[in-house]
Design a protein around this ligand. Structure first.
Ligand code: KIV
Ligand code: ZN
Length: 514
């Protein structure tokens, strides 16, 4: 029997980007969008066009580039937001406007300070405006899982009449429980007279660790679109994780009456890219994409797997893209091989100078590291793209001394607005000395929330990828840096975070009201 299609709506570039500090540049978003196209998701929510000129440009360039997926922009129910979304989506093959307003008593009373009637009017009005601009309109009832049932059905019926073809009922605060939430989706579908004219969608947050379970329960009750993110990135505890949704459906066809079009072999490469670009490491025990997801430690398990793999493995590592960690290039590889590999990875540069810089960096790296993997290239390109984004501070050189019995000492030369400054400091360790030296010049007043180092590939000659999370005045940013010398990577990550802090803020969809 033919199964119905479950639409995979990826919101890594919108809700995922709302994770504290996960903001991406236009170039980074485009790289992730190309990876999502290769992964064969159905719809890419590229951003929230009205939130900033940068996000508008990102949505626009994704809309103009992506051919094989729908491209969507979020918009509040304000006419200006919707028009801006439509403008950004002009070049898309399959544009979608996703407009939303909160419908729960708590959000309407306290956040919006609007009556249910005003919310109703605004919702229908927004869908009407959007439908005059594009054919494909999605409407979301924010905080749907805490919305009064009859009110929800009334709005859903009216927005479908106004032309919304996708109705999304989010569990915005991650409050739902699988049976209750799934059953509620089923009841809405049953109660709304015109529900057959729309696809019902779910968008679950992971505050209680139930986002995937809630989404799958909704699928069992008739939802045919799941909104999810790579690595489960997203607001607070994140969204339902794309890889878990897809693999649950693929692994249990006996339970789920749907099929997905995703190319699962692209899951691990996409997960790695998103982790590199956002600076959010993937926890080792994360399902499907964590480093330990297919590692068997205990002797009994290893013995079982060697005798018959299915004793302990329900999925095949290669089916989700593990073992793609291949040597792709080396010291003797030339410019043609380098450019061809970048093209395969969906990486392009706006100008030849950047390609030349990337090639020079590749040659430098190949001198230090015999085998260059795709992950090394991704990190190297991120570095070039960060460097090109008009940063006001960059690292010129550094000298760090660390000896037993003496306080570690760091001396750095930093370039700021074209001038070189040399700064030095001691610290409790070499990383502390490096950060203190940078602060002598920056004097940012930012608080360091997180410092983490991850090896990009295996072996002691691997590049270290450093994430530095800084907070200032309520704003959180993640800086990243990669190098075979983890002190250099640390300095780059700290400087990157400082540069992000000096960029202007964006409007946050859930805080922006209407
Ligand atoms: O969590 C949420 O409710 C959202 C909406 C904007 C869809 O992200
Ligand atoms: Zn959300």
């Amino acid at each position: 029997m033919d199964k119905e299609r479950l639409i995979i709506f990826d919101t890594t570039l919108r809700d995922g980007e709302q994770s504290p500090g996960a903001a991406m540049t236009k170039e980074e978003k485009l790289r992730v969008a190309k990876a999502l196209e290769k992964l064969k998701v159905d719809v890419i929510e590229a951003g929230f066009a009205t939130s900033s000129p940068g996000d508008f440009a990102a949505v626009k360039s994704i809309a103009e580039t992506i051919k094989d997926c729908g491209v969507c922009s979020l918009a509040r129910t304000m006419p200006g937001d919707i028009e801006r979304a439509a403008e950004a989506l002009v070049g898309a093959v399959a544009p979608r406007i996703h407009t939303f307003i909160a419908t729960s008593p708590i959000h309407m009373d306290y956040k919006l300070q609007m009556t249910p009637e005003q919310v109703f009017e605004q919702a229908v009005g927004a869908v009407n405006i959007a439908r005059n601009l594009v054919d494909d309109v999605e409407f979301s009832l924010e905080d749907g899982s805490r919305t009064e049932f009859d009110f929800m059905c009334r709005i859903v019926e009216a927005v479908i009449d106004a032309g919304a073809s996708t109705i999304n009922i989010p569990d915005t605060v991650g409050y739902g429980s699988p049976d209750e939430y799934g059953e509620m989706i089923g009841r809405v579908i049953k109660n709304v007279p015109n529900s057959d004219k729309a696809i019902f969608s779910v968008h679950c947050h992971n505050d209680l660790g139930l986002a995937v379970a809630n989404s799958l329960s909704a699928v069992l009750h008739g939802a045919r679109q799941v909104e999810c993110t790579v690595n489960g990135l997203g607001e607070r505890a994140g969204n339902a994780s794309l890889e878990e949704i897809v693999m649950a459906i693929r692994t249990r066809p006996d339970i789920y009456p749907v099929e997905v079009g995703v190319d699962s072999r692209q899951i691990v490469p996409t997960s790695r890219l998103v982790s590199t670009v956002t600076g959010f490491p993937v926890q080792p025990n994360k399902a499907v994409v964590g480093a330990n997801a297919f590692a068997h430690e205990s002797g009994i398990h290893q013995d079982g797997v060697l005798k018959y793999r299915e004793t302990y493995e329900i999925m095949r590592a290669e089916d989700v893209g593990w073992n793609t960690n291949r040597i792709v290039l080396g010291k003797l590889s030339g410019r043609a091989a380098f450019s061809a590999r970048l093209e395969d990875l969906g990486i392009s540069f706006d100008n030849k100078a950047d390609l030349n810089r990337a090639f020079t960096r590749f040659k430098e790296l190949a001198d230090k590291k015999r085998e260059i993997f795709d992950e090394d290239l991704q990190a190297l390109v991120s570095d070039i793209q960060l460097g090109e984004s008009a940063e006001d501070v960059s690292l010129v050189s550094m000298d760090v001394a660390s000896r037993t019995g003496r306080a570690p000492h760091a001396e750095l030369t930093l370039r700021s607005k074209g001038n070189d400054h040399t700064v030095a400091s001691e610290g409790s360790g070499p990383v502390d000395a490096v950060f203190r030296a940078i602060e002598k010049l920056a004097d940012s007043g930012a608080e360091l929330l997180l410092y983490s180092v991850n090896a990009i590939t295996t072996g002691t000659d691997s590049q270290g990828e450093v994430t530095v999370r800084l907070e200032k005045g309520g704003r959180i940013v993640n800086g990243q840096g990669a190098d075979t010398d983890i002190l250099v990577a640390s300095a780059k990550a700290y400087i990157h975070a400082l540069n992000l802090l000096s960029n202007p803020d964006r409007v946050h969809p859930q805080l922006g009201g209407i």
